[in-house]
Design a protein around this ligand. Structure first.
Ligand code: HEC
Length: 139
């Protein structure tokens, strides 16, 4: 049996934007339809506000904005730990991510609760990323 999981962080900063084999998704983009997300600089404040509304309604019961775990991990630093694609795939395709993505499985091992799919629209998911970037002090 081969062990394909690699824990080494390939941080040689290769930004490969070729689309040839991207559709399957990788450990860093996760499993789902989001394979390339364009971030804006500066942050889109409308999305930050929209993301906060989603957070207050659907996420705050399990996620703090600090690094403290509640039911799920605190969100501080999440935009450094994860790519925007991974986050958007995780929050829209939660079941499959928890089944197939090693990083997501690792979180489950720690939290011992499976995050229920929150039925976010694509726009909600994108707004959440912007809200998290704002929480992480990104500009
Ligand atoms: C019932 C509790 C619960 C709710 C509600 C919830 N989550 Fe989660 N979330 C979790 C758990 C638990 C995990 C860790 C993975 C697992 O065990 O399923 C997690 C993991 C995550 C992660 C990965 C965090 C990291 O450190 O990589 C993101 C991103 C996330 N959730 C986003 C959301 C968003 C966005 C919402 C609201 C729309 C939300 N969650 C609502 C429980 C919850």
């Amino acid at each position: 049996m081969h062990n394909f999981s690699s824990t080494t962080d390939n941080s040689a900063t290769k930004t490969d934007t070729s689309t040839s084999s991207a559709s399957k998704g990788s450990e860093k983009t996760g499993v789902g339809k989001f394979q390339h997300v364009d971030l804006t600089h500066p942050l889109d404040q409308k999305m930050v506000t929209a993301g906060k509304a989603v957070y207050d309604l659907k996420c705050a019961s399990c996620h703090k904005l600090t690094d403290e775990k509640l039911v799920g991990p605190g969100w501080k630093g999440v935009t450094d730990r994860r790519t925007p694609e991974w986050i958007m795939n995780f929050v829209t395709n939660t079941e499959e991510m928890l089944e197939k993505n090693q990083e997501a499985k690792n979180l489950y091992e720690i939290c011992l609760v499976k995050m229920p799919n929150q039925n976010l629209s694509d726009d909600d998911a994108r707004a959440i990323v912007e809200f998290q970037r704002n929480n992480d002090g990104k500009k």
